[in-house]
Design a protein around this ligand. Structure first.
Ligand SMILES: [Zn+2]
Length: 164
């Protein structure tokens, strides 16, 4: 079976003290052909770019860059992140913008900042014609009653005809 892991956080795996090349070799043995390494901060997005650039194994690696909604309580890195994405639009293995989105699970204190960040990611993804990776979460358990992030997100992408 050929598998693609479309949403991986190898930088967090490394933080837990695991050897990444061994983790990737295990994945390959289990049938994983390709991994998409997802950005969550400016720092992790840069890490992704360098990791994919320098990777020499036979497992295919792709990467994205973005500011996770839980990291969007501060917008201090947003402009630099967006220009980093512009710079790397055509870099090796770059396949998308994100993850970005809305997360009301832990706190709704930073919703306005999350929306500013999400909107900027949406606009850039549409402009550069690259896929957007969206994280939406209201609660630990998904239920019909708790879909505020989904409703807010639909409002924000409405009319974005070129958004992937
Ligand atoms: Zn994620």
């Amino acid at each position: 079976m050929d598998l693609i892991d479309t949403h991986c956080h190898l930088d967090l795996v490394e933080k837990q003290g695991l050897a990444l090349e061994a983790v990737l070799a295990d994945a390959k043995m289990s049938g994983v052909q390709a991994v998409v390494q997802i950005g969550t901060t400016l720092r992790s997005s840069r890490w992704n770019q360098a990791f994919v650039e320098n990777h020499t194994g036979d497992l295919q690696l792709f990467w994205t860059a973005g500011l996770h909604p839980e990291a969007a309580s501060s917008l201090a890195d947003l402009e630099e992140l967006l220009s980093f994405i512009r710079t790397h639009r055509d870099s090796k293995g770059f396949v998308g913008i994100g993850e970005t989105g809305l997360d009301y699970f832990h706190t709704t204190e930073f919703v306005e900042n999350q929306k500013v960040s999400f909107q900027r990611h949406i606009d850039l993804a549409e402009e550069l014609r690259v896929p957007l990776i969206v994280h939406l979460r209201d609660d630990r358990q998904y239920s019909k009653e708790k879909t505020q992030t989904v409703r807010d997100a639909i409002q924000m992408v409405r009319g974005k005809k070129n958004l992937k």
